[in-house]
Design a protein around this ligand. Structure first.
Ligand SMILES: [Zn+2]
Length: 456
């Protein structure tokens, strides 16, 4: 583009310089950048007016998935806690944080008294404050009464339940998603003419009620989506990820935005779109691959597979040379993925399920796990494929030859955003909560932490 999409001023490299914009904010691990459509001045403005509060709302996901660890910063998220015993010493109100190492800390010193053990434990996020608190008269009295006093940097041992509050329908979150969608559309070459209306209503100003109609909750509407979305952290090798799909249906232009595998929305960018009807996709892993070459113990067969995945040539080279390059590539593997990898995964899942469902193979872990996934998808999301296969095995033929390229998109009256929009608010809310629950399952914390999904 020759002009900034926000202020319409032409780039001149002097007064109006191009801004290097992260389409998905860097603060949440976004890697896709463009310097094509925004000027430095507007980049700064939008970062303050939209990005900062958006990032703040989503910080909890960065903490859970260790994005902050990846980026060498330490982040924390506000958490509500119910403790086993009532803490003492917090005369002023105390707020609690979940840290990226999963410790829980209060922002000012509090202490827990264990009468049986005659033990007082002081907790505070700042060690120095805890040390000062040791000298406090209340603690002195306990010490005089024969209590042992210790300092702990984590109060998790006293916590019975902890809950993270998120509001995925808040204006700050919806605006952030709207900005990602419009910038991805511009990045893919959609003309600003087709996006002016959206920009004026939701980026330049903000029509709160209309925004709720433009950024809507995703819901898996087809059988392949229902299967894919159930326990997806098990089969999605690149979980958690950020995804963007730009597509049009008739004159409607949409962007599907998925963040952290947990937030999934359709953004309706235009209802008068007249441009190219193609589909553009972006898929990235959020955290680095965490590959340790020293610990790698794969044989020549694994080396072949990895070389294939990483495009390392084998011909005319020794195994040692190939291994060296493969290990180097695996370590510095980029975050961005081939979006076809996802379609291949969808197809593989469906085909495997069909094979297991119509044969009578039993007693293998992989089979049991797959059938369990299907049963879960049926009870949670109304997945019907296994039942249909049982009624009519020929039904499998249709599925074996099915083309999954319109995954989460579909055309005509069956378009995925249109069908998702017909779901009841309760169903959509239930699904959004399920995604949050799976987020906790993916990191094995579902028994320690809860999500409280707010209703706007
Ligand atoms: Zn500008």
């Amino acid at each position: 583009m020759e002009t900034c999409y926000f202020c319409d001023k032409p780039f001149d490299g002097v007064k109006v310089k191009r801004h290097d914009e992260h389409i998905i904010p860097n603060a949440i691990g976004g890697k896709l950048k463009s310097s094509e459509f925004l000027c430095e001045c507007c980049g700064g403005k939008l970062s303050v007016s939209i990005d900062s509060s958006f990032n703040e709302h989503l910080q909890v996901f960065s903490v859970l998935h260790g994005v902050s660890r990846d980026r060498g910063e330490s982040k924390k998220a506000a958490v509500e806690v119910i403790s086993r015993v009532t803490p003492m010493g917090g005369k002023k109100s105390v707020t609690f944080s979940l840290n990226s190492d999963f410790t829980i800390t209060p922002d000012r010193p509090i202490y827990f008294v264990d009468e049986d053990e005659r033990l007082a434990t002081i907790c505070c996020s700042i060690h120095k404050q805890a040390q000062t608190f040791m000298q406090n008269a209340e603690i002195g009295k306990l010490r005089d009464d024969g209590y042992r006093v210790v300092v702990a940097s984590d109060m998790a041992q006293f916590v019975v339940q902890s809950a993270l509050r998120v509001d995925l329908e808040s204006i700050e979150v919806l605006r952030g998603l709207a900005k990602i969608a419009i910038e991805y559309a511009l990045h893919c070459g959609v003309s600003i003419k087709d996006l002016v209306d959206f920009r004026d209503r939701f980026i330049k100003s903000c029509d709160d009620t209309e925004l709720l109609g433009a950024v809507t909750q995703y819901y898996p509407t087809t059988d392949e989506e229902k299967l894919y979305e159930t326990g997806k952290y098990h089969h999605e090798d690149w979980y958690p990820n950020h995804q963007l799909f730009l597509f049009s249906r008739g004159r409607d232009l949409y962007c599907y935005v998925e963040l952290f595998g947990a937030i999934q929305k359709y953004v309706h960018l235009s209802s008068t779109y007249s441009g190219n009807p193609g589909v553009e996709k972006y898929l990235q892993k959020i955290t680095s691959w965490n590959f340790d070459p020293a610990a790698w113990q794969g044989g020549p067969k694994d080396l072949h597979i990895m070389a294939g995945q990483l495009d390392v040539p084998f011909e005319g080279r020794t195994l040692e040379q190939v291994k060296k390059e493969v290990l180097h590539m695996a370590q510095s593997r980029p975050y961005e993925l081939d979006s076809d990898a996802q379609l291949e995964k969808v197809e593989a899942l469906v085909h495997t399920l069909i094979t297991y469902a119509i044969s009578d193979i039993k007693g293998f872990d992989a089979v049991d796990e797959m059938l369990r996934k299907a049963a879960e998808a049926k009870s949670g999301l109304g997945f019907m494929l296994v039942d249909r296969l049982k009624q009519d095995r020929l039904h499998a033929m249709k599925w074996i030859h099915k083309d999954f390229s319109s995954f989460r998109i579909r055309s005509g009256a069956d378009s995925c955003p249109a069908v998702a929009a017909t779901m009841s608010p309760e169903n959509l809310q239930h699904y959004a909560a399920f995604r949050l629950y799976e987020t906790l399952c993916s990191i094995g914390r579902e028994n320690q932490i809860d999500f409280l999904l707010e209703n706007s």
